[in-house]
Design a protein around this ligand. Structure first.
Ligand code: G4P
Length: 530
């Protein structure tokens, strides 16, 4: 087997998703710990001092105390090379999260055992389901009072319409949390003591038949409950089928406590067992085999100011096939030009390391002089494939943005265009009116604050922002329609994006229906495919 094939085969690339506060960061941190990637628990995000260490790229982020950007981390474990894509928890940045999910081969969904499914989990799940990627569920915080595990499983099945399969089962919760029962090994993993530190937990293993030891470890009452549970689970018809897992139709469920470092290693081991190396990706009519020896990748994220001192912009790409070599010349499909990728790097916590090679499944960040857009393909010069684009989701909040200082036109336009290219905002203008104000559409209000902040800090432009009453945007599909001739409610606005596509901004869904009823030929689209 060639080295390249061996390298690709040991790659596992997944995203961690959760509603804020369910414990995603804590779980990530513990996983990294098992990989020996960080010595100190807390380097990802711990208490005050280390908080935001990974994604500390913007003052605003610190001020708001939330993690805005997604980070990518790589570590080694048992011969596997694992790439974790951390997704921002804050709902305003959901679009960024959607894109990150496009780069993952599977997802780990962290759920708070006391809360069950929360709004953000629901949204993220939908995206995973759209791509049929395998979803692994980690039910966290068993060391606190939790809902019944049966309830939680039922909720997952009913809300998400997928099957679930408990790989292990919790024994008690809160102060009575005694560990988990491993259904395959048919033994319990007892919780010896509460660890809040960085050590790997010392779990005690005990067979279900060893009544005496069990009574000592978990007490007769919990032992009795566990025996009933096991009987019930074994008879309940939860069938395990690895193919269904890989098709995203059955979610293996794990119980544990990330903070106490409990249940993490068994989870990681099963997860690695069940997941696959990078899978083929669609590129139009073609399917690109990850093991083919030609390099190909697509840009799923562009991030400015990773490092304030350098004022740089990094394009993150997911390698879909072959091997990346640092000094080789590749082809940028959308730009139609050969290209050498400058400063290729991988990110590990705070550190960035320049890399010489990377393989299918890996994520690399390259210096972007402003030529890449989200969804772009970069590939071997003899290949010329184009990966399917990443859909742009329709913004729901709109504001007019205008520069205060009339002298700063150039900086204003450059800044706003660049930020739009990164995919953080969408921009529109009113055609043929001479109005200079730019209309900005975002998914969450925080993005408007980020825009304002960045225009001031990076481009030196102060802006005035005016909220607008629109909530719905639709692209007009008909090419032969003059939007001025349409019969629309008076509060509907015709705008264009910067590629010249016509759009309509509506104040409500009701107005959309009105437009469709009054203009029977009109065809509207919810997202932009360009
Ligand atoms: P997120 O990335 O999903 O937003 O969640 P994060 O890991 O930051 O965890 C949110 C809070 O939940 C943190 O507490 C964290 O310590 C706590 N937590 C995570 N896993 C567990 C667990 O298994 N058991 C318990 N009891 N708590 C858990 P915090 O007080 O908000 O932050 P911090 O001061 O501890 O960093």
């Amino acid at each position: 087997m060639s080295d390249m094939i061996k390298e690709i085969q040991r790659r596992r690339t997944f995203a961690i998703i959760s509603h804020p506060d369910a414990g995603k960061t804590t779980l990530t941190e513990k996983l990294l710990l098992y990989g020996g990637a960080i010595q100190l628990a807390g380097s990802v995000k711990g208490k005050a001092t280390a908080r935001h260490a990974v994604s500390d790229w913007m003052e605003l982020e610190k001020q708001r105390g939330i993690s805005i950007s997604s980070s990518v981390m790589q570590f080694e474990y048992n011969g596997y090379c694992i790439n974790i894509l951390d997704t921002p928890g804050h709902q305003d940045f959901s679009e960024d999260t959607y894109r990150t999910l496009m780069a993952a081969d599977s997802a780990v969904m962290v759920i708070d055992a006391a809360k069950g499914i929360e709004p953000q989990t629901r949204k993220l799940f939908k995206i995973c389901a759209m791509r049929n990627i395998p979803i692994f569920t980690f039910i966290n915080k068993l060391d606190r009072e939790a809902r019944s595990p049966y309830d939680l499983m039922e909720e997952l099945e009913q809300e998400f319409g997928i099957g679930t399969y408990p790989i292990n089962w919790p024994i008690g919760c809160g102060i009575d949390f005694k560990g988990v029962y491993d259904r395959e090994k048919r033994e319990i993993l007892a919780f010896s003591e509460f660890h809040r530190g960085q050590d790997k937990i010392k779990a005690i293993e005990c067979s279900l038949d060893d009544t005496e030891m069990l009574d000592e470890l978990i007490g007769p009452k919990l032992r009795a409950t566990l025996c009933d549970d096991v009987e019930l689970l074994d008879g309940a018809g939860y069938e395990f089928d690895i193919d269904l897992v890989r098709e995203g139709k059955l979610s293996p469920v794990f119980f544990g406590s990330a903070l106490n470092n409990f249940g993490i290693e068994p989870f990681l081991e099963s997860f690695l067992d069940m997941t696959m190396p990078p899978l083929p990706r669609k590129a139009g009519e073609e399917t690109v085999d990850p093991f083919c020896d030609k390099f190909s990748a697509f840009v799923f994220k562009i991030q400015a100011n990773m490092n304030k001192a350098h004022r740089d912009r990094i394009a993150f790409m997911r390698i879909c096939s072959g091997k990346f070599e640092r000094d080789k010349e590749y082809y940028h499909v959308q730009g139609g030009k050969p290209i050498r990728l400058a400063q290729p790097q991988q990110l590990m916590a705070q550190e960035r390391a320049i890399i010489n090679e990377a393989y299918a499944g890996d994520i690399i960040g390259v210096f972007d002089p402003g030529i890449f857009s989200i969804g772009d393909t970069i590939c071997d010069k003899t290949m010329k494939v184009e990966f399917e684009g990443i859909p742009t989701f329709a913004p729901e909040i709109f504001a007019g943005v205008e520069r205060i200082d009339t002298m700063k036109r150039k900086q204003f336009e450059k800044g706003i265009m660049q930020i739009a290219q990164e995919g953080a905002i969408q921009i529109f203008h009113e055609p043929y009116t001479g109005v200079e104000e730019i209309i900005v559409g975002v998914v969450g209000i925080l993005q408007l604050e980020v825009l304002e902040y960045r225009l001031k800090n990076e481009y030196g432009v102060d802006v005035r922002r005016r909220s607008m009453p629109y909530e719905v945007v639709r692209w007009i599909e008909n090419e032969d329609i003059n939007p001025n001739d349409l019969n629309l409610t008076s509060d509907t606005k015709w705008v264009q994006d910067f590629k010249g596509n016509n759009l309509l901004l509506f104040t409500s869904e009701w107005c959309v229906n009105w437009a469709l009823t009054k203009n029977p030929d009109l065809r509207l689209r919810e997202f932009n495919r360009d």
